[in-house]
Design a protein around this ligand. Sequence first.
Ligand code: NAG
Ligand code: NAG
Ligand code: NAG
Ligand code: NAG
Ligand code: NAG
Ligand code: NAG
Ligand code: NAG
Length: 259
Amino acid sequence: MSVFVILGLLVCTEAQGSRAETHVFVKKGEEVLLKIMKADELQKFFFFSWKFNASDILVTLTPKAEPEIYPRYTKRIEFSVENYSVKLKNLQKTDSGVYTAHVFRIPQELKVAEYNVTIQDPVSPVDLTVDSVSRSSNSCNVTVTCRTQDSHINSTFRCDTQTCSQEGGEQSKVTTSGASLQIYLDRNGSIICNHSNQVSWTENKEIIEHLCPRHADSESLSPGISVCLVKTVVFSVGLIIMVSAVITVHLMDKLKKKK
Ligand SMILES: *[C@@H]1O[C@H](CO)[C@@H](O)[C@H](O)[C@H]1NC(C)=O
Ligand SMILES: *[C@@H]1O[C@H](CO)[C@@H](O)[C@H](O)[C@H]1NC(C)=O
Ligand SMILES: *[C@@H]1O[C@H](CO)[C@@H](O)[C@H](O)[C@H]1NC(C)=O
Ligand SMILES: *[C@@H]1O[C@H](CO)[C@@H](O)[C@H](O)[C@H]1NC(C)=O
Ligand SMILES: *[C@@H]1O[C@H](CO)[C@@H](O)[C@H](O)[C@H]1NC(C)=O
Ligand SMILES: *[C@@H]1O[C@H](CO)[C@@H](O)[C@H](O)[C@H]1NC(C)=O
Ligand SMILES: *[C@@H]1O[C@H](CO)[C@@H](O)[C@H](O)[C@H]1NC(C)=O
């Protein structure tokens, strides 16, 4: 009888089409540990299972028996009899999907974990090229292109004698493979091109000052320093004269009194 109950429950699970709440991204070839989310529900069940995409069974467990790992998953998963978590190893793209754990208790079955697992390749390198630089005495414009195998994005940067800025602010786009391509100016004055997905990123950068040297800045720095220096010297000399004057007057007074 109970065999039929188990079979029936296995077939009928996932009748309620819900969305997996927890989204997990894993780099291809790496592993992930899926934990039970409702651990306090794990008491007095007569059947437990981890499944993939609602139909493919990874492992089952009945009380007082060894867990049964299904042939397709032996060597690819580790199941913990202490906490019922499952570790998926050497993940490949085809392992992407929804993983669920259920406990079966009379009268109902209960979902105790659900993960939407997506396996991604690491992103490819990016290339940052300078398309044009135009300089005048008080401004400098640079156009760059950030390129990957399947996508590119360009952007213009403008420097005046003081600062550099990006025309239209940070630029970004989603590539055809679903990764993100971003181009921006960081606080250190580097043009950064960042190719990223949820599991990896690659970058390439160009220091804007190498393309747009800021002569005006370094020149304005020296007058600034000398003004400060002159002030300090004048102040110090003034102080020395005042102190010596006071001492002299004092000494003269003493000499007069002695006489
Ligand atoms: C899992 O994530 C993928 C990719 O974001 C999405 O297309 C899919 O609808 C999700 N599935 C569930 C059941 O949430
Ligand atoms: C469950 O047990 C496994 C193996 O013993 C361990 O690696 C993992 O950290 C444990 N997970 C939790 C949630 O305790
Ligand atoms: C598992 O389900 C996901 C959608 O949730 C689907 O994209 C994927 O192809 C399925 N994998 C297999 C092996 O059936
Ligand atoms: C940079 O671009 C701005 C706006 O298009 C323009 O006014 C300026 O003359 C340009 N500077 C140079 C050096 O080309
Ligand atoms: C930059 O990209 C825009 C739109 O993609 C394009 O119209 C423009 O010609 C590009 N500029 C350069 C310098 O590549
Ligand atoms: C700026 O440069 C310093 C030193 O090279 C580095 O530690 C810091 O992370 C950089 N900041 C940014 C925003 O890149
Ligand atoms: C690139 O983007 C990713 C994802 O947004 C981020 O984690 C990473 O720190 C970025 N790298 C740099 C150099 O900004």
